[in-house]
Design a protein around this ligand. Structure first.
Ligand SMILES: NC(=O)c1ccc[n+]([C@@H]2O[C@H](COP(=O)([O-])OP(=O)(O)OC[C@H]3O[C@@H](n4cnc5c(N)ncnc54)[C@H](O)[C@@H]3O)[C@@H](O)[C@H]2O)c1
Length: 337
């Protein structure tokens, strides 16, 4: 399978390194790369020297003969590029958030229906071992019923974006659509749609939300979830949950080792073993991501869906758009206060 990768910045680097690792196991190669910054193109070409280089994503879509287009552009550019890629007949992987408006959700869904290509959204938390474990024990009711869950995802201020697009609410949708969407998407995936949401937020000096704390009610299950871009870029990245079941409490923290602990009601403490398909730490993307494993797994899953012609079950477009709609509702509440 030939892949065209658009956007070779922070996330694009994570993706092209994942394709490199996958190319040792699967019939896949990145044959075209696009980035409007020459230095990003040159860095990607060190990993994929044979790939044809383009400066504009739309040029790659028009000219490159590829089976798959993978879009790692700033979020405000996702929808137009994804629709053009689908209309070219390419299977399309789109980073999260899949888009930033309801109109674009509708346009994307329409293009998917019209073209029949396979589309997947990079809601990668669905592929993290600690979160897969949580969904499994929830589905199996291994520790009884879930009563409540507290989650947070805290990042240092995001300073690496092209033309500082993260700090423009019209380009990123703020911390709500960019970072917090990971957890709300996971909650939707595990529990379903919330019955009620209450949002509190703080803002950067510009007025754009930089911290959101949302309380959800799913029937009689409560969730309290924080997403934050700290004022300091030095704040270490943390993704945390504490899920309280009837028979045990599960705690997952990126900042603790081992990441995952189960505290049983009878007083025993367990660290379930997670068995990632691929485990490599690589910091060359220069963003707050080091572990390539979950990105490798989500891309591998998408390629298998294409190869085996099976539906994209785990993070299809219909799910990515529903998470955008919930995030937009939360952003609206945050901005109205
Ligand atoms: N899944 C995750 O864990 C995760 C983590 C970080 C970012 N993301 C998402 O990935 C996407 C990209 O984020 P990033 O951190 O890589 O941003 P970035 O700014 O580092 O990278 C975007 C790249 O796109 C390039 N670009 C801009 N316009 C272009 C165009 N028209 N044609 C070709 N190249 C163009 C820029 O030069 C830049 O290198 C965003 O949607 C972001 O929300 C996801």
């Amino acid at each position: 399978m030939k892949v065209g990768l658009i956007g070779c910045g922070g996330m694009g680097t994570t993706h092209y390194l994942s394709y490199k690792a996958l190319s040792e196991k699967m019939n896949v190669e990145v044959t075209a790369i696009a980035d409007c910054r020459q230095e990003c193109l040159d860095k990607a070409a060190e990993v994929w020297p044979e790939a044809t280089k383009y400066h504009l994503g739309m040029d790659l879509i028009k000219k490159a003969e590829v089976d798959v287009i993978d879009i790692c552009l700033p979020s405000y550019l996702h929808a137009d590029h994804a629709i053009a890629a689908m209309e070219k007949g390419c299977h399309t992987f789109i980073e999260k958030p899949v888009c930033l408006t309801k109109t674009d959700c509708d346009r994307l869904l329409e293009a998917e229906k019209k073209t029949g290509v396979k589309v997947m959204v990079g809601q990668v938390v669905r592929f993290f071992g600690e979160y897969k474990y949580l969904k499994k024990v929830y589905d199996e009711q291994k520790f009884g019923k879930l009563k409540s869950i507290v989650m947070n995802r805290v990042s240092g201020d995001v300073t690496w974006g092209y033309e500082d697009w993260f700090h423009d609410i019209n380009k990123s949708g703020s911390v709500v659509l960019d970072l917090h969407i990971h957890d709300l998407d996971f909650l939707r995936y595990m529990i379903g749609e919330p019955d009620e949401i209450t949002v509190n937020s703080t803002t950067f000096e510009s007025g754009m939300p930089n911290q959101v704390i949302t309380s959800y009610k799913f029937g009689d299950v409560f969730a309290n979830v924080e997403g934050s871009w700290d004022v300091s870029s030095k704040m270490p990245f943390e993704a945390y949950y504490r899920a309280c079941f009837e028979e045990a409490t599960i705690v997952s923290s990126r900042l603790h080792s081992p990441h995952l602990t189960v505290y049983h009601k009878n007083g025993t403490v367990e660290h379930p073993e997670l068995t990632p398909e691929y485990e490599v730490e690589n910091t060359s993307s220069n963003i707050n991501i080091a572990s390539l494993g979950p990105y490798y797994s989500e891309i591998k899953y998408f390629l298998e869906c294409i190869e085996e012609n099976k539906p994209v079950g785990i993070a299809p477009l219909s799910e990515g758009t529903k998470s955008v709609l919930l995030a937009l509702l939360e952003l609206e509440q945050a901005l109205s206060k």
